[in-house]
Design a protein around this ligand. Structure first.
Ligand SMILES: *Cc1c(COP(=O)(O)O)cnc(C)c1O
Length: 247
């Protein structure tokens, strides 16, 4: 278990050179989350390396990000383009192997900044956004991977494409805009058992031959791993409670 845990996208060299301290709560929390991922993967007879931990650093100050980076974490999720544009460029200059995921809604007027900043855009959910992303990718030459966000609970207030419209949107993204769509993402309704939603998302990804499945948060990531998540998005279990939670 120990070797698997270390293999979960942490660089063993940076890990070894960083100071080890029991008093570093972020390092300890990261180790514990990686251990839980490893256990859930083993239970599902999956390889722990097949699961990527996306550390959700929204609202967290740079000092917290530095602690996670020092502990070997390299893949992070932010939900606001503007906030990420303030926090990340200087850190990325020091840690060029960082991979940034956009996990919050994207407005078309922020597409230029999003394409410049993010390596993965997890929240593509409508044709207009797909068109704007394609235009900006052509103009900039940058091609961040994209996931389609699926509103598996069909909640009115929530972003994401309805399951019934997924196939059509995928067609628009791939055939019309040639976007690099590599996965699906979902945020299950808060008051429902997430298992059904995880199973549904994994099934849709399989049917459309999309290799990446982003699901599971602090409260339910081991369950998501058992249902086939390739990316879990974990914030509070790593960084502690957010003072401002703008979801
Ligand atoms: C905030 C957020 C998370 C992380 O939630 P935690 O409960 O803090 O782990 C995951 N996914 C999305 C889309 C989020 O906005």
């Amino acid at each position: 278990m120990r070797t698997r845990e270390q293999a979960t996208e942490c660089d063993p060299h940076s890990d070894a050179s960083a100071p080890v301290s029991n008093e570093d709560p972020i390092r300890a929390a990261l180790a514990s989350v990686r251990r839980e991922i490893g256990q859930a993967a083993a239970e599902a007879r999956r390889s722990a390396e097949a699961v990527t931990l996306v550390a959700v650093s929204k609202t967290q100050p740079v000092a917290q990000l530095e602690a996670a980076l020092a502990a070997g974490q390299r893949i992070f999720g932010e939900n606001r383009v503007q906030e990420a544009a303030v926090k990340w460029p200087a850190l990325r200059a020091r840690y060029p192997d960082v991979e940034l995921h956009l996990i919050g809604p994207l407005q078309t007027n922020k597409v230029r900044d999003a394409v410049a900043l993010f390596d993965v855009i997890e929240t593509v959910d409508r044709p207009k956004l797909a068109a704007a992303l394609a235009a900006e990718m052509a103009a900039s030459g940058r091609r961040p991977r994209c996931y389609l966000e699926v509103n598996t609970g069909e909640e009115d207030q929530k972003a994401g494409v309805a399951p019934a419209d997924l196939e059509a949107l995928l067609g628009v993204c791939r055939d019309q805009h040639h976007l690099p769509i590599t996965g699906l993402m979902a945020i299950p309704p808060q008051d429902e058992d997430p298992a059904l939603h995880f199973a549904l998302l994994a099934d849709m990804a399989r049917r459309h031959a999309l290799p990446e499945i982003s699901m599971g948060m602090s409260g339910d990531f081991p369950l998501a791993v058992r249902f086939g998540a390739t990316h879990v998005r974990v914030g509070t279990a790593i960084f502690g409670a957010r003072s401002v939670d703008e979801g």
